[in-house]
Design a protein around this ligand. Structure first.
Ligand SMILES: [Zn+2]
Length: 324
C-alpha cells in the first residue's frame, strides 16, 4: 500500500524567516551581519515505518559565518535536537544531514524547511522556504486533473477530481444523468430526458458531462468500469483535508479519493453521508409495476459497503471521469 508520502523539490531558497531571538533585527541587518546562504540539495523524505520519516539532504553553506548546525524543521513542529547532527564543517563544504520524525499522520500535509542554526540551540534559527513537501500523495503535483493509473486489468485510468472540481476532495458539480449543467431543482418535470432514450451508454457523446466539460479523452465511466473499480480495489472510509469520503487503493497501490456529499433530489440534498457517482450506463428498470427511468451509479455508505446500483436519472449526482 502506498500512502501519503511523496516528495516535491524546490531548488532554490527564496525567502528567510527567523525565530524569536531575531525579532529585534530587520531582514537587512540580518543579511548584512551574517550573510549566510545555505544551499540544500537532494532533499529526500524516506518513510521507513508507519509513523516515522527520515529526512535526508546534502547541504552547503556559503557566506561569512560558519553555522553551528544545519537541519530541518517540519512545519509547525519543533526541531528534534537529537535528530540534527552538528554541522562541524567549513563554509562551502558539502555535508550530508539527516533527521527523523515520528508520529506522522498519514492524513496531514507536511512542509519541510531547511534550517540553519547559529550560536547554539536557543539562539538564531533561519528558516528557508520549504524544499520538500509531503503532499496528499494522490497526485504527482497540484496541476489537476490527473489520470491515475490504479493498475486495473482494463487499463482504465481514473481522474483524481470530480467533474467541476479542481482538487481531489472538492465536490464539483451535481448533474442529472445526461445533463451537462447544474441547476437548483432536480425533478422529473425539469429533467431534460425524462422517458427520452438518449442511448444505453452516453460515454463520449454530447450527453456526457465529463466529455463536454473536461474534453477528450475524458468521459463518464461505464457500469463495467465502475464494477471493475469495486471488484479490484479496496476502499477505506476517511477524510481528506476535512472532507468525508473514501480512499480507493488500486492493485498497484495508487489511490484516488471520492468525496461523500449525497445526492440532489428536488430542491433537497439528501443522504450526505453517502456518495453517488453516475456511470454512463442507463437502466430502464422494471419494478413489476412500471418502467423506471434509472441510470447506474457507484454508491458508497459510511464504513459499510460500496456497490454499483441505480438511481432515478433526474437526480443530481457527482461524476468522476475516466480515460482509456
Ligand atoms: Zn490530481
Amino acid at each position: 500500500m502506498s500512502y501519503f508520502w511523496k516528495v516535491g523539490l524546490q531548488s532554490q531558497i527564496l525567502n528567510w524567516g527567523f525565530s524569536h531571538d531575531f525579532k529585534a533585527l530587520t531582514d537587512e541587518k540580518k543579511f548584512a551581519r551574517f550573510s549566510i546562504v545555505p544551499d540544500f540539495s537532494d532533499v529526500k523524505l524516506i518513510r521507513d515505518k508507519e509513523d516515522s520519516t527520515l529526512l535526508q539532504a546534502s547541504a552547503k553553506v556559503s557566506g561569512n559565518y560558519l553555522p553551528q548546525d544545519l537541519g530541518f524543521t517540519l512545519f509547525e513542529q519543533e526541531i528534534l535536537e537529537d535528530g540534527i547532527p552538528s554541522f562541524g564543517g567549513s563554509l562551502g563544504a558539502p555535508k550530508e544531514i539527516y533527521a527523523s520524525y515520528f508520529d506522522m499522520s498519514k492524513d496531514k500535509r507536511y512542509e519541510v524547511y531547511p534550517t540553519v542554526k547559529l550560536f547554539g540551540w536557543d539562539a538564531l534559527t533561519f528558516l528557508a522556504e520549504p524544499s520538500a513537501k509531503e503532499s496528499d500523495g494522490l497526485c504527482p503535483d497540484e496541476n489537476h486533473p490527473h489520470a491515475i493509473d490504479l493498475g486495473l486489468p482494463s487499463g482504465t485510468k481514473w481522474c483524481c477530481c470530480n467533474v467541476g472540481a479542481s482538487k481531489p476532495e472538492e465536490y464539483g458539480g451535481y448533474y442529472a444523468w445526461g445533463e451537462t449543467s447544474e441547476k437548483s431543482y432536480y425533478g422529473w418535470d425539469n429533467y431534460a430526458y425524462h422517458d427520452i432514450n438518449i442511448g444505453s451508454d452516453i460515454a463520449g457523446t454530447s450527453y456526457d458531462v465529463a466529455y463536454i466539460r473536461m474534453g477528450h479523452p475524458w468521459c463518464m465511466p461505464s457500469l463495467v468500469q465502475q464494477q471493475e473499480l469495486v471488484n479490484y480495489c479496496s476502499y477505506q472510509w476517511t477524510q481528506l483535508n476535512g472532507v468525508n469520503g473514501i480512499l480507493i487503493t488500486g492493485p498497484n497501490g495508487s489511490q484516488i479519493f471520492l468525496s461523500a456529499a449525497g445526492i440532489r433530489s428536488g430542491d433537497e440534498l439528501i443522504r450526505t453521508d453517502r456518495g453517488y457517482y453516475w456511470s454512463s450506463s442507463h437502466n430502464w428498470n422494471y419494478d413489476g409495476v412500471e418502467v423506471d427511468d434509472d441510470a447506474y451509479n457507484l454508491q458508497f455508505r459510511t464504513s459499510t459497503h460500496w456497490l454499483c446500483d441505480d438511481s432515478a436519472s433526474k437526480n443530481g449526482c457527482f461524476v468522476r471521469a475516466v480515460c482509456p
